[in-house]
Write a protein that binds this ligand. Structure first.
Ligand SMILES: [Zn+2]
Ligand SMILES: [Zn+2]
Length: 231
């Protein structure tokens, strides 16, 4: 924070974006009490993709298609404060929230009960990244990498700039991302390795499944998926 913005904060204290209460000097955009309300997903969850289900063991979408990852897990549901925080980070570029959110994801890593050789951020198309100036999944990876000592590999690219997945159904989402990712790194980097793929939000899992298929085709040993939120 520079001196100018410190002065602005002193004279015009900001409100919490969710509860509208005044923020304390050491809080940014979302107050501690709101942030603490972000809850981890409650069971029952699908054993495969980790999304909340009303009952049973595996969700319909995992039953009805081939899944290329071993297991996916999310921190919380895509609603309330968590949804607002993701929106602030992605679309209002409140990058300071990235570490706080990645810290939530960090606790989920232990649920896999596995060691990972590399973290892989789900990429966005370079045109989108240039416009947004960052990719939030890379920021999450940087935090997790520092905390866990797992290196990040960035050889996975989004080659085709597909339309947003929002509003598409399960089948349309699968078709939309089909063939849009490519591994442009050295094949030997991932061959025989256990990878943890990182994304922000999982809806039907089409994106992470497509990425997993690409990585498995390059010879990865297995893919696990960690997302901040799932719907
Ligand atoms: Zn608040
Ligand atoms: Zn599932």
């Amino acid at each position: 924070m520079n001196f100018g913005s410190l002065l602005i904060d002193l004279f015009f204290p900001a409100d919490c974006k969710t509860c509208k209460e005044l923020l304390r000097w050491n809080e940014n955009y979302i107050c501690k009490s709101c942030f603490d309300k972000i809850e981890p997903l409650k069971p029952p969850i699908c054993v495969k993709c980790g999304r909340h289900i009303d009952g049973g063991i595996i969700c319909l979408s995992c039953k009805s298609r081939r899944i290329y990852f071993e297991k996916a897990r999310s921190y919380g549901g895509f609603s309330g404060v968590l949804k607002e925080a993701i929106h602030l980070l992605k679309y209002e570029k409140r990058l300071i929230l990235a570490d706080r959110l990645a810290n939530l994801m960090d606790g989920v890593v232990d649920l896999f009960e596995n060691e990972f050789h590399y973290l892989i951020p789900v990429p966005i198309h370079k045109k989108k990244e240039r416009k947004r100036k960052f990719n939030q999944t890379k920021l999450f990876c940087d935090f997790l990498s520092k905390n866990r000592g797992i290196p990040v590999l960035s050889g996975l690219i989004k080659e085709i700039d597909t339309p947003p997945q929002v509003g598409l159904d399960h089948i349309a989402r699968m078709q939309n991302v089909k063939g849009s990712f490519r591994w442009k790194g050295d094949k030997r980097q991932i061959e025989g390795h256990r990878l943890l793929l990182i994304d922000d939000v999982m809806t039907t899992g089409s994106t992470v499944n497509e990425c997993s298929q690409v990585l498995m085709a390059e010879g990865a040993e297995s893919i696990y998926v960690l997302t901040l939120a799932s719907t």
